[in-house]
Ligand binder design. Sequence first.
Ligand SMILES: Nc1ncnc2c1ncn2[C@@H]1O[C@H](COP(=O)(O)OP(=O)(O)O)[C@@H](O)[C@H]1O
Ligand SMILES: [Mg+2]
Length: 361
Amino acid sequence: MYIESIELQNYRNYSELHMEFSQGTNILCGDNAQGKTNILESVYVCCTTKSHRSSKDRELIRFGEDESHIKLQVKKDGVPYRIDMHLKKNKPKGVAVNGIPIRRASELFGIVNVVFFSPEDLNIIKNGPAERRRFIDLELCQLNKLYVHSLVQYNRVVTQRNKLLKELSFHPEYEPTLDVWDAQMVQYGREVMEYRREFIEELNGIIGSIHRQLSGEKEELRIDYEPNSAPEEFERELMQGRAQDIRQKTSLTGPHRDDISFLINGIDIRKFGSQGQQRTTALSLKLAEIEIVKKLVRDYPILLLDDVLSELDSSRQNQLLAGIGHIQTVITCTGLDEFVNHRFPIDKVFRVTAGTVSSEN
Ligand SMILES: Nc1ncnc2c1ncn2[C@@H]1O[C@H](COP(=O)(O)OP(=O)(O)O)[C@@H](O)[C@H]1O
Ligand SMILES: [Mg+2]
């Protein structure tokens, strides 16, 4: 799968933009704050409906405008798809595929897969559990529509339950209605846990050999799923925690508090890893993410690399570049120095300056 072209209207700092991409390596080069990340973001938004920066839709619309358009022309297995996204200030976005409006965002998943790699991703191991859950959710939602459904329902139930927990301080007599939410929370929560467990197992089947290679055969990496409450214990623990939930006015038990751990030679590197180990592991995780898409979708995803190369030392840069030679990549950078010695064939170079883009070849 690959992106042929993108058109933007009133997106971030672009009033109008049209770009044609190569199927190989595309470089976006320019000084800071010119709009390089905005282009990668628009591609990601158009493929997944969400920004990797988790901004609200209205923040994506150019200052002073009321709406924004993204048009993406992609090809998958030789079949062209046009994705049209219409972002509005105070209304939900509209999305159409090949001119036909879709009703749910999840219908967009499965058309194109994108993997976004930014410098923040290099901190996923040492950051908090919320970042690691976000990684699982963003990736699993692209790969499994059933997961999207379970997760959306689960989050909806938790929100409603939390609302009720807050109301209970004024209306303790509502407490029995918690039963209704608890039953749904258990049902959807177990589904969420089951899909996450499967996903982590798939990842484990792939990441071990990637990491072994990256560490010069020295390190065995394993990812462990750490559910906040085991699926079979969830119902009981939710009941047991109810009094505390009521006191703290929030739901303290369930997969919205899950985590994953990364073990190198059996040691939890969230706490005990060196910075180098944590970064290599983050790189292994991204490379595994690419391979898992290939395995499950039978095609490589599109890779968006935002200022990552300059964050890596040269041996890790080489490992990354070696792992992605065969897929469409859009890479941002401030200078082309990172590509000297022709370590990497470059197909297209764009210069980005204050919301305008010119092709250099
Ligand atoms: N909604 C918006 N409307 C107009 N400009 C925006 C909007 N959001 C961000 N910008 C501008 O985009 C620029 C940053 O773009 P970005 O893609 O992050 O730059 P970089 O080239 O460093 O990756 C900043 O100048 C910022 O003011
Ligand atoms: Mg940037």
